[in-house]
Design a protein around this ligand. Structure first.
Ligand code: 3HC
Length: 699
């Protein structure tokens, strides 16, 4: 779609009677990259100079109005004109302007609409200022113009939450001036331009509107963001910028710029934008594309926590599920868990009662594995024992229809061995969900040696349907996430053995940005899981050079303290909030005495450095040996499956902020104490020598 006169590759203008039309066409989402900025400023100037029009209507081609500034330009040398300058020129247009919103008007897109003199939204369209989710704040007038056309309170709501709001809500709050039935944006632009000329669609200029101060909303929001998200600097910067909206517009815009630049220069911005693109990059690979198989009906084997969570997730996505258990009691428990999960979604306002009923109606519980004969995909989620899994896959091979995909939710076991139990290893893969599976967004898609390309691509199609982030992983013990966890998790144990307390480790890592320290996580997940894994590894035979990390945790478990579910673990939970368990202190003292360890002092920084360095070491090896395709895949596994602080972008994005040289130096220093544990990955040595970064390996 284009008008007669082009002012850049992305912008054109033309006339319909006395209405000038500006069309922005910059796929995929009409972001305000340099071509849009140059073109828009030139079009507004030309239309004003030609003086043929009495109104200017701006509309977009394609699926959406402008979805924001072009994030890919961030962190690069700025190209002028800036969006702020463009929008100041737009607002100053002597000819009144109107914007026509379809799809989403987000960030710089909604700011463009705010700089026009009236905003028209098509029913169903959304608008918002989601900049805070990228570590910045609205930087092209959003914090100044929204409080003027609406209110300080509404601007705080929209800009601090970053939510995409319906235009209908915006209309009620003054943020949108007219709602129209959806239609062709150009036709609506002509009609609205004519209404502007007729005076039936009023226009306003924000430099002529004063924002009413709301000190209470400002201080409440500031307190809320500092309590809820103490790590994120941009939220408070956003509130302060909105506070400045009571100043004259030019002064307010200058203040907004200062706050914007503080955020733009922060590493949090780079981490959050890495997360934005990373989430999309993991499925932007050849393995995720191409032909897929149907996913009309799914079978889940196992009604335990994982199986019930996976079933819930499928039902929420509208996919019918046959749930198989061996005994009625287990089946009833599974159905009860699924019902509870769905009821939880209703009570949290995530779904309506009707939808919950419809989801539950798609569940078919059964005790007969033969009932899986017609499903398109089976996800096995039973106890983590190879013999049991092999038995199930042997049976599935005889029961399931040709072409059905047979997936295991194993967290550690060898998918190739499981596949060999069938005559169709090409149909077998791993689909590793994270608990609670209906909440956690990560799905590791594990490619077996013989998995067919269309079976693998169907794994990604499933992730998309379930609104999960699918990440490709190769077979190894623990795949990407649990393998790395298996390594760095030991640092926590070593720190405690050598002198830190479990609480100090937790507090240091929570200050770094983790929602919970590793010992609190252990208590929450159940310490028995780690105990069983250590027993399994002991049975398989441990490397004699490895320092055993389980002395303290084993003794805690042997007391029957498995964490929250037993009321006690590293912490005690009698009063709700965790209180350090004094008996654990005694266990630690005893173990240290038994091993002849003289406790050392660790600073909080030491704790973070060792923990993160160990995580990065194994993450590097996972990239080096191809278990993960690229560093960004590891990063997304940690953001979406392990509670890694999003603003740090992931372990390998964070590693780039430290630098390979420093990481190698640290590992060599720590290796003086434990050379077996602190081995430097070859890839990291190479990076230290030639100056490459993990980011270089993503492109
Ligand atoms: N800049 C550059 N590329 C963008 C982009 C942006 N603002 N928004 C989306 N894209 C790209 C995506 O990376 C993706 O590229 P790919 O196909 O190569 O992977 C493509 O556009 C399509 O995006 P999605 O896959 O996300 O498509 P959806 O239809 O699912 O979602 C959307 C569309 C709701 C617009 C979603 O992309 C989105 O939320 N985008 C970000 C919006 C945003 O945060 N805007 C604010 C930007 S910052 C700003 O404006 C600063 C200003 O105040 C100065």
């Amino acid at each position: 779609m284009a008008e007669a006169n082009s002012t850049s590759d992305a912008v054109s203008y033309g006339y319909e009677g006395e209405v000038a039309l500006i069309c922005i066409d910059n796929p995929p989402v009409n972001a305000t990259g340099i071509a849009v900025r140059e073109g828009l400023v030139a079009a507004v100037k030309a239309i004003n100079e030609e003086a043929k029009a009495k109104a200017i209507a701006i509309y977009c081609a394609g699926r959406t109005f402008i979805a924001g500034a072009d994030i890919r330009e961030f962190g690069k040398p700025p190209k002028m004109p800036s969006l702020t300058e463009v929008l100041n020129d737009l607002e100053a247009s002597a000819i009144p302007t109107v914007s026509i919103i379809h799809g989403t008007a987000l960030g710089g897109g909604y700011e463009t609409a705010l700089a026009t003199h009236a905003r028209v939204g098509m029913k169903g369209a959304k608008f918002g200022l989601p900049e805070v989710l990228l570590g910045i704040i609205p930087g092209a007038g959003g914090t100044q113009r929204l409080p003027r056309v609406s209110s300080v309170g509404f601007a705080l709501d929209i800009a601090v939450s970053g939510r995409h709001a319906p235009v209908e809500e915006g209309f009620e709050k003054g943020a949108i001036d007219r709602i129209v039935e959806p239609g062709d944006p150009r036709e609506i632009a002509i009609a609205m331009g004519q209404e502007v000329i007729a005076g039936t669609l009023p226009t306003r200029r924000t430099d002529q509107i004063e924002a009413k101060a709301d000190p209470e909303a400002i201080s409440n929001t500031l307190a809320m963001v500092q309590k809820k998200n103490p790590h994120l600097i941009n939220l408070a910067e956003c509130v302060k910028a909105i506070e400045a909206a009571t100043l004259p517009l030019a002064e307010g815009l200058a203040k907004e710029r200062e706050h914007f630049m503080t955020c733009m220069n922060s590493p949090q911005r780079s981490g959050l934008i890495h997360a934005f693109f990373g989430e999309r990059a993991v499925s932007n690979i050849p393995e995720a594309k191409g032909d897929t198989r149907p996913l009309d009906k799914i079978g889940v084997i196992g009604g335990g926590t994982m199986g019930s969570g996976i079933t819930t997730s499928c039902l929420l996505a509208g996919i019918p599920v046959r749930l198989i258990e061996v005994q009625q009691e287990g089946l009833d428990r599974g159905v009860a868990t699924i019902t509870k999960n769905l009821d939880g979604a209703v009570s949290r306002g995530k779904m309506s009662q009707d939808k919950r009923d419809a989801a539950l109606a798609m569940l078919e519980p059964s005790l007969a594995m033969e009932d899986l004969a017609d499903v398109d995909l089976v996800i096995e989620a039973v106890f983590e024992k190879m013999e049991i899994k092999k038995d199930i896959f042997g049976k599935l091979d005889t029961i399931c229809k040709p072409g059905a995909i047979l997936a295991s939710n194993t967290s550690y076991l060898d998918v190739n061995q499981i596949a060999e139990m069938t005559n169709r290893p090409q149909d077998v893969l791993g689909l590793h969900f994270f608990s609670p599976a209906h909440v956690m967004r990560l799905l590791e898609i594990v490619q077996g040696a013989k998995t067919a390309p269309d079976a693998l691509a169907t794994g990604f199609a499933l992730a998309k349907k379930l609104k999960k982030v699918g990440v490709l992983a190769q077979v190894c013990d623990g795949f990407i996430g649990n393998r790395i966890l298996g390594h760095y998790g030991k640092t926590n144990a070593y720190l405690v053995l050598d002198g830190a307390s479990p609480q100090q480790v937790d507090t240091a890592l929570e200050a770094f940005g983790f929602a919970m320290g590793p010992n609190k996580v252990g208590d929450l997940a159940g310490l028995d899981i780690g105990y069983m894994t250590r027993q399994r590894k002991k049975e398989e035979g441990m490397d004699p050079n490895e320092r055993y990390a389980g002395d303290v945790a084993d003794k805690i478990c042997e007391n029957g303290w498995y964490g929250r579910k037993t009321g006690k673990g590293y912490y005690m939970y009698e009063t709700g909030a965790p209180v350090p368990n004094p008996e654990v202190e005694k266990i630690i003292d005893d173990v240290r005495a038994e091993k002849g360890i003289t406790p050392k002092d660790f600073s909080d920084q030491d704790i973070v450095d060792r923990y993160m360095t160990a995580m990065i070491a194994e993450a590097t090896r996972v990239v080096e040996d191809g278990t993960a395709k690229r560093p960004v895949d590891v990063d997304m596994v940690f953001l979406f499956g392990y509670g890694f602080p999003r603003f740090r972008g992931g372990p390998l994005h964070y590693a780039d902020t430290i630098g390979a040289k420093e990481l190698v130096a640290r590992m060599e220093e720590y290796a003086k104490e434990d050379p077996h544990y602190w081995q430097v990955p070859e890839l990291l040595r190479k990076m230290a020598a030639d100056g490459t970064t993990f980011a270089d390996m993503n492109s």
